[in-house]
Design a protein. Structure first.
Length: 169
């Protein structure tokens, strides 16, 4: 089993319901170990006028190899109605493989660790809920250090009574 960290985001349709369904889908890919708090975040990049996102991070123990996990994540996105027409456009569901154990992978289809994860507060804040001292496998910078550098402008905890309680490993 390998511990993978997966970022979840949605800003179209019913984002909360979509993220709940995504957690159920992730649980079918292995053993869900932890789920961060839910965050409301301003869109970064992409076309102007997008609604805010709901974001979280899940820790998943999985037997799937990295590319098989990517395929499974993209299948969950497709089930949620995700289309890919414009880069960083609004979306019903976005699932990004942030880390896969301590592996470093680079291919046309997949880069792990996620190439922009340590730059984005909307990823770092929920990841810090789960593993603040987790170090980037290449730079060695911890999630806590990266979040302090990135800042938290545009990222706020979204209190949702029906979201799973944040569990850490």
């Amino acid at each position: 089993m390998t511990l993978a960290y997966i970022a979840l985001g949605a800003n179209l349709g019913d984002p909360l319901a979509t993220l709940h369904a995504a957690l159920g889908g992730l649980a079918g890919l292995g053993e869900l170990q932890a789920v961060s708090r839910l965050y409301r975040t301003a869109p970064v990049g992409g076309p102007p006028g997008q609604p805010d996102y709901l974001n979280a991070v899940a820790a998943l123990e999985t037997r799937l190899a990295p590319l098989a996990l990517l395929d499974a994540l993209q299948a969950l996105e497709a089930q949620a109605g995700r289309t890919r027409t414009v880069r960083w456009e609004a979306r019903t569901l976005d699932l990004d493989l942030l880390l896969y154990g301590g592996e470093v992978l680079a291919s046309e289809r997949l880069s792990v660790p996620h190439p922009r994860a340590w730059e984005r507060a909307f990823v770092l804040a929920p990841l810090a809920d789960l593993a603040p001292d987790l170090a980037h496998p290449v730079s060695g910078e911890t999630v806590r250090q990266a979040l302090a550098r990135a800042g938290t402008a545009g990222v706020t905890a979204a209190l949702q009574s029906n979201w799973p309680e944040c569990r850490t490993e």
